[in-house]
Design a protein around this ligand. Structure first.
Ligand code: ATP
Ligand code: MG
Length: 404
């Protein structure tokens, strides 16, 4: 079935089964958005039609699944939400944004009630796994169906029993490791590729299991959880969390996500100085691919952490050095690189079964707006080159004397 995103979809006919009466219907996209979707997501048809016109609701077809993608948050429905058509309509809600605290004290006491469960925050990419049309399907943050993740997730863990018993649950987790096409980070216990689960949520409502229920369920099905680093009284939490995050940073790990054990209050995140420096170092290697707020927010985090920690002169010097080096060195490297006539690029390595799988993934990257080519494929190892065009062009221009 050939479907093009754009005007043509107005005429495409969908077939679906009504969730309440079970009867089969056929409809067009605009008519579905006007008539059926409002009830499904509890948003007025006027608002949804407006969002469709502005391109915030889009038709998306990938891996044999027809769907409507929420490109932006609409009302209380998160960006990344997917309405998937099959023999049944599935609503996979977007993963909620986690707000950040800059001052553990007093944020934690203000935000949580009695206790705080502290989980490790893994540095990889966000994945939601759910049954769509009886098939295990993996979505990345914005609601894209990723062919690589869809293939790898069931290889990394046996999901059959879990989904047989819990077909209405969405597994939310982080894909981590060095052989990771989106966010690479080395974890000694993971190596090339691994999956860590941090939430179990219900389809449609996005209702999460409590922290205890989640860890018990994962244990029952032998599925890999993120690490629970402790459950603390809210009064003690700021100091405990600060010590944990310091140690995590020393071990080159990202930070923590703090959760209400009942999951009634929204979680908060807090990250290590090492993580800020690593992100700055990466971003300054391709400085013109990122918005200015990316850099600014990481520097702000360092300022507040240094203040809250009340560091010694020596510690502060180390922080300043780490911060400065993470900005200057990568930038100088990339300027030198481009000055030699080379293009700013990075190579990603993944292992897939066939050349077609590798090509399929590169197509998926292009759908996401990434400029990428398949550089080589041999014995299942694919090297994909990602080109950072803005960085290359702008540096070239400035090197030739172009004004900033
Ligand atoms: P957003 O909050 O919108 O995802 P972001 O891309 O900046 O923004 P991060 O700063 O990485 O995200 O923080 C939130 C992400 O952390 C979650 O989306 C999730 O993918 C990841 N994460 C890792 N470990 C956990 C955990 N234990 N609990 C919840 N989320 C976790
Ligand atoms: Mg992250």
């Amino acid at each position: 079935m050939e479907i093009n995103i754009g005007k043509k979809n107005s005429h495409k006919i969908f077939f679906f089964k009504c969730p309440s009466c079970g009867l089969s219907y056929s409809t067009t996209l605009p008519s579905f958005i006007k008539n059926e979707l409002p009830e499904l997501v509890d948003i007025s048809s006027k608002k949804l039609e407006g969002a469709f016109k502005r391109g915030n609701l889009k038709f998306y077809d990938s891996q044999g699944v027809d769907s409507i993608q929420f490109r932006k948050r609409i009302g209380k429905i998160e960006s990344g939400t997917m309405i998937c058509f099959g023999d049944k309509i599935e609503v996979i809600r977007g993963f909620p944004k986690i707000r950040r605290t800059l001052m553990l004290n007093p944020s934690l006491k203000d935000h949580f009630s009695d206790e705080v469960a502290v989980e490790e925050k893994m540095n990889g990419y966000n994945v939601r796994i759910a049954l769509i049309n009886h098939k295990i399907t993996a979505f990345t943050r914005g609601g894209y169906i990723c062919p690589y993740t869809t293939k790898k997730a069931p290889e990394l863990m046996d999901l059959t029993d879990f989904f047989r018993d819990n077909p209405e649950t969405v597994i939310c987790g982080e894909m981590v490791g060095t052989e990771n096409p989106y966010v690479t980070h080395y974890y000694p216990e993971v190596g090339s590729l691994g999956f860590k689960i941090f939430d179990l949520r219900e389809k449609v409502s996005n209702h999460p299991l409590t922290v205890d229920e989640k860890f018990e369920t994962l244990e029952k099905y032998g599925l890999p959880p993120v690490k629970l680093l402790g459950v603390f009284d809210v009064e003690d939490a700021p100091e405990k969390v600060m010590n944990i995050v310091k140690k995590l940073g020393e071990a080159d790990r990202e930070g923590v996500v703090m959760k209400d054990p009942e999951m009634k209050i929204t979680p908060l995140k807090y990250t290590s100085s090492k993580a800020h420096a690593d992100e700055l170092e990466y971003a300054f290697r391709y400085p013109f691919e990122f918005g200015r707020s990316f850099f600014f927010s990481r520097v702000i985090r360092e300022g507040f952490q240094a203040y809250e920690l009340d560091e010694s002169e020596f510690e502060l010097k180390q922080r300043a050095k780490r911060l400065g080096e993470s900005i200057l060195y990568p930038m100088l490297d990339v300027i030198k690189h481009v000055s030699r006539g080379d293009v700013a690029s990075e190579d990603l390595v993944i292992h897939v079964d066939s050349y077609d799988d590798a090509a399929d993934f590169v197509r998926h990257l292009r759908d996401l707006g990434v400029v990428a080519t398949l550089l080589e494929f041999e014995d299942g190892k694919a090297v994909i080159r990602r080109i950072h065009q803005s960085t290359s062009d702008r540096i070239t221009n400035y090197l030739r004397g172009g004004l900033y």
